[in-house]
Design a protein around this ligand. Structure first.
Ligand code: PLP
Ligand code: COI
Length: 370
């Protein structure tokens, strides 16, 4: 494990403002229809790490290209991790984020798995506050919009030997966001069951938020699009029968007695949205099961009427109902199935907390602009 023995307890960010920042008019035009992941704010955060000097040179600087040596280790061996979170504007104008310490901890777990240095939680949260200090005006206020924040870290050292890099950079960029899916998030999606490709395997990197997991999902995701589906569903790599997760979100099934069942597996990303939704369900007295669940259980459960709803969940996806699972051999559900009532009410409860419309009894929200 790479320790931060030399790290100071607080970072003093050097701020250099973007002289070519977008005008208010340009920004408002983007915020009126942000899409997802298409537009970026005026600044970015950058913190350097070296094996000799630990974390240093924290900066806020104009958003722009990163200069890399062609031998930078990340370009060859993919030593990279990232996080995904959102800043929400509340009705009084204040800016908040959801459970950032969970993202910080997950990034530390990802770092351990990918032999990268662990960024301390205080630095992680400070880096979010810095990006908001510079680009708070980019947090939209229309319903269901937010500023998607993407912290990431990669091996910058120029060295072609295969070992953990001794020079690493951490960045934060931000992108105003509307719904991830074209339908807006409450319109049910179709998912494609990949039987050819696995996302991750035993002892692999599936539980880490690392670019390689997404790179390996792309051909299966392309197959999903070719079959008219929005996302790809992966099964376990050993027996090809247990549900894992979608390309970029977790999955939850709802039984007719209100029980929520979600796959337990060491090779999926432990979603913060899923964890929170399941806690809200438990607060309502509903039963929650984290266990292995097969595709046949889903298929038979829908046929018998035991499984009545299914949804995808994640920071980008929020909570999105699943209408149909399609595979080469069979289908579960139907494309025109309406969104389930429990799915919709859990989505509403979660987003009410995130947007400050409901009391945050769990203490999940952190203010970023104060
Ligand atoms: N699974 C994968 C593969 C993801 O990319 C994501 C999104 O970050 C999730 C699950 C859900 O995680 P979270 O709810 O923390 O965003
Ligand atoms: C997120 O939800 O933050 C992700 O990283 C998933 C991706 C589909 C955007």
């Amino acid at each position: 494990m790479i320790k931060n023995l030399l790290a100071p307890t607080t970072l003093q960010f050097l701020r250099s403002m973007n002289p070519e920042a977008k005008s208010e008019m340009e920004r408002m035009e983007i915020l009126a229809d942000p899409g997802f992941g298409k537009h970026f704010t005026d600044h970015m955060v950058d913190i350097c790490w070296s094996a000799r000097g630990s974390w240093h040179r924290p900066r806020v600087q104009p958003y722009g290209p990163i200069s890399l040596d062609p031998a930078a280790a990340v370009l060859h061996y993919g030593q990279e991790i990232f996080e995904g979170m959102k800043a929400y504007r509340h009705e009084d104008g204040s800016i908040w984020t959801f459970r950032p310490e969970k993202n910080a901890e997950r990034m530390q777990r990802s770092a351990r798995r990918m032999a990268l240095p662990e960024l301390p939680t205080e630095y992680f949260i400070d880096s979010l506050k810095e990006i908001i200090k510079a680009d708070g005006a980019w947090v939209p206020s229309e319903p269901d919009t937010s500023l998607y924040i993407r912290p990431f870290m990669f091996a910058k050292e120029s060295f072609l030997g295969v070992r953990p890099a001794e020079k690493v950079n951490y960045y934060v960029i931000a992108s105003p966001a509307g719904p991830y899916f074209a339908g807006g998030g409450v319109v049910p999606i179709s998912i494609w069951l990949s039987t050819t490709y696995s996302r991750a395997g035993k002892g692999g990197t599936g539980a880490a938020k690392t670019g390689g997991n997404y790179a390996s999902s792309l051909v299966a995701q392309a197959e999903a699009y070719d079959n008219g589906c929005d996302q790809v569903l992966f099964l376990d790599s050993e027996e090809n029968k247990y549900l894992e997760e979608l390309g970029g979100m977790n999955i939850v099934l709802v039984y007719k007695d209100g029980t929520l069942v979600t796959p337990h597996s060491d090779s999926i990303l432990e979603g913060i949205t899923r964890d929170s939704i399941l806690e809200l369900a438990e607060d309502r007295g509903l039963k929650v099961e984290r266990r292995r669940v097969t595709i046949d259980e889903w298929r038979e459960g829908v046929a018998s009427g035991d499984i009545v709803e299914a949804f995808a969940c994640g920071t980008a996806a929020v909570v999105t109902p699943i209408a149909l699972v399609k595979s080469a051999d069979f289908e579960i559900g139907s494309a025109d199935a309406p969104a389930g009532p429990l799915t919709l009410s859990l989505r509403e409860e979660l987003t009410d907390i995130q947007y400050g419309r409901r009391e945050d009894v769990h203490g999940w929200m952190t203010r970023l602009d104060a």
